[in-house]
Design a protein around this ligand. Structure first.
Ligand SMILES: Cc1ncc(COP(=O)(O)O)c(C=O)c1O
Length: 391
C-alpha cells in the first residue's frame, strides 16, 4: 500500500471570478430562475449555435423533456445505447415508454451502432437517443439517415460533450438532432454541481420545454416579481425542473474558461495516448484526430483480458492510490433493466473491459505519469500472476 496522495478521477478547481459571480448573485437577493439564468441561456445558445437553450435542473430533466417534446408516451419505445448512464433510459420510463437497448460499435468506438439501431426499430419506436460517449461524437450522419427514413426523432444526449463536434463538421454536438441535452453535474466538462440544459432549433420543442420546466405555468415568478404579469394559468402537468440563479451565474462565469479547459484535457489525452500506445494488454478507443474535436470528458481504456479489469482497478487504487471508474456497466445487466432476449455481446464486452483513468484540466504531468505506471505495472504483474496460475 502506497502512502502517496490519492490521484482522483476528477477534480474541480474554481477561480476567484467564479466565486465572485456566485457571491454577487447571493447578495442580489434573487435566487430562483431569473435574469442570470436568462443570461446563461443566451451565452450557451450563442456558443452552441442553437436557436434555443433552456436551462434546467439536470440533464436527466432535459432528457425527460426532450422525449416528451418528441411525442414519447405510454407504450412507445426509445432506442438508447446499452452503454450509457442510466438517466438516458430512465427518462424514457418517466414518459411511460420502454427503453430498447442497442449495441455500441465496439471497443474501438463506444458510441451507439446505427446498423443495430436500424434493426431494433419497430412501429412503437418514437425516438433514438445518441449518446456522445466521453465527448466523442456518435455516428450522427448514419443515425440521422436511420431516423429520417423511419420517421422517428433523433435526440442527442450531449451530457459529456459541450463544445465538441463530429470530425469534419463544424456544427457542435447537441445541435444535430431535434434536441440536445447537456449536463452540468460536478464531474462534467462544464459543471456547477447539479444542472442541465436542452438545446433545440425547434420552436414547438422550446415552447414545450420552457412550459414544462415550471409546472406548465403561463408566467414565471421573475415575471410576476417585475410586475410583468399579475397572475398565471396552469395549462398542463409540468415539473419543477428549474435552474437557480447561483448555478446559472457560476456556469456563465465558467463559460469563459471552457475552451481552455477543453484544450488542457485534449493535451492530456494526447499525452496519455502516446504513453499508452505500446503498452501490451490495453487498447485505446477512438483515433488521435477525434481527440482534437472531442470535449475529452474521460480517458477510457480497454483491458484486453477483461477478467483483469477489476483486479487491475483494485491494484491501482490500493497499491498506487489512483482512482479509476467504469463508464458504464451495461444497462441491461442492471436489475431494473434486465430482461429476456437482451443479449448485446459488444456492449457486454465494453462493460467488462473498460476502465476510466483520471482526467481533469489541472492534472499534473507527474501525476499522469504515476497513473500510467500504475496501469502498466498492474497489467504486467496481473498478467504474470495469471500466467503462473494458468501454467
Ligand atoms: C450520458 C449521461 N446522460 C445523462 C446524465 C445525467 O445527467 P444529470 O446528472 O445532469 O442528470 C449523465 C450524468 O452523468 C450522463 O453521463
Amino acid at each position: 500500500m502506497s502512502d502517496a496522495p490519492l490521484i482522483p478521477l476528477f477534480d474541480v478547481q474554481l477561480q476567484q471570478p467564479h466565486l465572485d459571480a456566485v457571491a454577487d448573485t447571493l447578495r442580489s437577493g434573487w435566487l430562483t430562475m431569473g435574469p442570470r439564468t436568462q443570461e446563461f441561456e443566451q451565452v450557451f445558445a450563442e456558443h452552441l449555435g442553437s436557436r434555443h437553450a433552456i436551462a434546467l435542473a439536470s440533464c436527466t430533466a432535459a432528457l425527460h423533456l426532450a422525449y416528451l417534446a418528441a411525442g414519447v408516451g405510454p407504450g412507445d419505445e426509445v432506442i438508447v445505447p446499452a452503454i450509457t448512464f442510466v438517466a438516458t433510459a430512465a427518462a424514457a420510463r418517466y414518459c411511460g415508454a420502454e427503453p430498447v437497448f442497442a449495441e455500441v460499435k465496439g471497443t474501438h468506438d463506444l458510441g451507439i451502432d446505427p446498423e443495430d439501431v436500424q434493426a431494433r426499430i419497430t412501429p412503437r419506436t418514437k425516438a433514438v437517443c445518441a449518446v456522445h460517449y466521453g465527448g466523442y461524437a456518435a455516428d450522427l450522419a448514419a443515425l440521422r439517415e436511420v431516423c429520417e427514413s423511419a420517421g422517428v426523432a433523433l435526440i442527442e444526449d450531449a451530457a459529456h460533450s459541450p463544445s465538441a463536434t463530429p470530425l469534419g463538421d463544424s456544427r457542435k454536438l447537441g445541435t444535430h438532432g431535434l434536441s440536445g441535452c447537456f449536463s452540468f453535474f460536478s464531474n462534467k466538462v462544464l459543471s456547477c454541481g447539479e444542472g442541465g440544459l436542452l438545446a433545440t432549433d425547434d420552436e414547438d420543442v422550446a415552447t414545450r420545454a420552457r412550459s414544462l420546466r415550471s409546472h406548465a405555468m403561463t408566467t414565471g415568478t421573475w415575471d410576476r416579481h417585475r410586475g410583468h404579469a399579475p397572475g398565471y394559468d396552469v395549462v398542463g402537468v409540468g415539473y419543477n425542473y428549474r435552474m437557480d440563479e447561483p448555478r446559472a451565474a457560476l456556469l456563465t462565469a465558467r463559460m469563459a474558461d471552457l475552451e481552455d479547459d477543453i484544450a488542457a484535457r485534449r493535451k492530456l489525452v494526447h499525452r496519455y495516448r502516446e504513453l499508452l500506445a505500446d503498452l501490451p494488454g490495453v487498447s485505446l478507443p477512438y483515433e488521435d484526430a477525434e481527440v482534437d474535436v472531442s470535449s475529452c470528458y474521460v480517458m477510457p481504456v480497454i483491458v484486453d483480458d477483461h477478467d483483469l479489469r477489476d483486479p487491475l482497478r483494485a491494484f491501482m487504487l490500493e497499491e498506487r492510490r489512483v482512482q479509476t471508474s467504469v463508464l458504464y456497466p451495461a444497462l441491461h445487466e442492471l436489475s431494473a433493466y434486465a430482461g429476456p432476449a437482451r443479449e448485446l455481446p459488444r456492449s457486454e464486452l465494453v462493460a467488462h473491459a473498460e476502465l476510466t483513468l483520471p482526467l481533469f484540466p489541472t492534472l499534473a504531468e507527474d501525476d499522469q505519469d504515476r497513473v500510467v505506471s500504475a496501469l502498466a505495472d498492474g497489467v504486467h504483474s496481473l498478467t504474470r500472476t495469471g500466467a503462473a496460475a494458468g501454467g
